[in-house]
Design a protein around this ligand. Structure first.
Ligand SMILES: Cc1ncc(C[n+]2csc(CCOP(=O)(O)OP(=O)(O)O)c2C)c(N)n1
Ligand code: SF4
Ligand SMILES: [Mg+2]
Length: 304
């Protein structure tokens, strides 16, 4: 298993400024800071309706020192692709175009545009800020909300499971797919820099970003919760290149999922049986990821 820490230095220049409108301790704001500071100032951000739209600021105000284009919830990938194509026609192809969308705008409402952009392999970096629900509008369920979780639309616990977006995106065969989270900032920034420097093709990173308000987490515990998501195996950190080359950066560290679940109000209703079920599903998903990582590499190698 590869290391998460590569002594990667997060650039110090602040492109994302303080004084924005996020809740104190917001995981999404923290992720945006690492992402845009790493992308650098020669970047145009594309943002759909979401907490990031509020955080990046209502025009003419902005918390970012780069241009931000606010698009519709359906169209982040299409807007980003169009901007990139226009830049190339103007001889400004070196400028990075970065879509910054929530999970609702990625797993669900913006998915058609994202899948189309991936199929065309558009030259953009797409970062999904996954807080596992439609948080900006009151913490409703999205396709990213985990199995059995409380949301405003699933008061008894969500009956269906979380969509596996890294695998869905990897199956498009795009150059780069990665998972990341705010609790491992070096790993996150390294992946953003790698995606930025690849130049060409759609690079997709999904970042687990605890929403303190929607998850029922204390203001100062977002980073701890995001680390626990990884260390309990619920959110393994990994990369997939060209749909076949898997690198697992960090998996479960022998901590039961109950340690993660008990940090959050949205899991307060769980019975011991439900917790056992989540543990079982997490173990199975981890086994499957490891099997897929070795099997896909073997088959792809044999086919060449
Ligand atoms: C087609 C469409 N449906 C619904 C809305 C209302 N809306 C605005 S922001 C938002 C929540 C977006 O959730 P997500 O993408 O997960 O971002 P988050 O707020 O969690 O950061 C919704 C439903 C909209 N703007 N457009
Ligand atoms: S609602 Fe959640 S994601 Fe939105 S600003 Fe507050 S903590 Fe951040
Ligand atoms: Mg969301």
């Amino acid at each position: 298993m590869a290391e998460t820490k590569k002594n990667y230095q997060i650039p110090e220049e602040d492109i994302f400024l303080s004084g924005h409108a996020a809740c104190p301790g917001c995981g999404e704001a923290l992720a945006v800071r690492y992402v845009v500071n790493t992308m650098g100032e020669d970047t145009i951000a594309v943002v759909p309706p979401s907490c990031i739209a509020i955080i990046s600021g209502p025009q003419p105000y902005s918390s970012m020192k780069i241009p931000v284009y606010q698009t519709t919830l359906e169209a982040s990938a299409a807007s980003a692709a169009g901007i990139k194509r226009a830049l190339i026609r103007q001889g400004k192809g070196d400028t990075n175009v970065l879509a910054l969308a929530g999970d609702g705008g990625t797993y669900d409402i913006g998915f058609q545009a994202l899948s189309g952009a991936a199929e065309r392999n558009e030259d953009i970096v797409y970062v999904c800020l996954d807080n596992e629900g439609y948080m900006n509008t009151g913490a409703q369920k999205s396709g990213a909300s985990p199995h059995l979780v409380y949301t405003a639309f699933t008061p008894g616990g969500k009956p269906t499971t979380k969509k596996n977006i890294p695998e869905i995106m990897a199956s498009h065969g795009i150059p780069y797919v990665a998972t990341a989270t705010t609790g491992f900032p070096d790993d996150l920034a390294r992946k953003v820099a790698k995606a930025r420097d690849m130049k060409g093709g759609l690079r997709f990173i999904v970042v687990l970003t605890p929403c303190l308000a929607g998850w029922g987490v204390k203001d100062n515990e977002g980073v701890k919760v995001s680390r626990l998501a990884v260390d309990t195996g619920l959110w393994p950190l990994y990369e997939v290149e060209n749909g076949v080359k898997y690198t697992i950066n960090r998996g479960p560290q022998g901590i039961p999922v109950s340690e993660y679940l008990k940090t959050q109000g949205r899991y307060k209703h769980l019975t011991p049986e439900m917790i056992e079920q989540i543990q079982r599903e997490t173990d199975e998903a981890w086994e499957l990821l490891q099997a897929r990582a070795s099997c896909v590499a073997e088959v792809a190698g044999a086919a060449r």
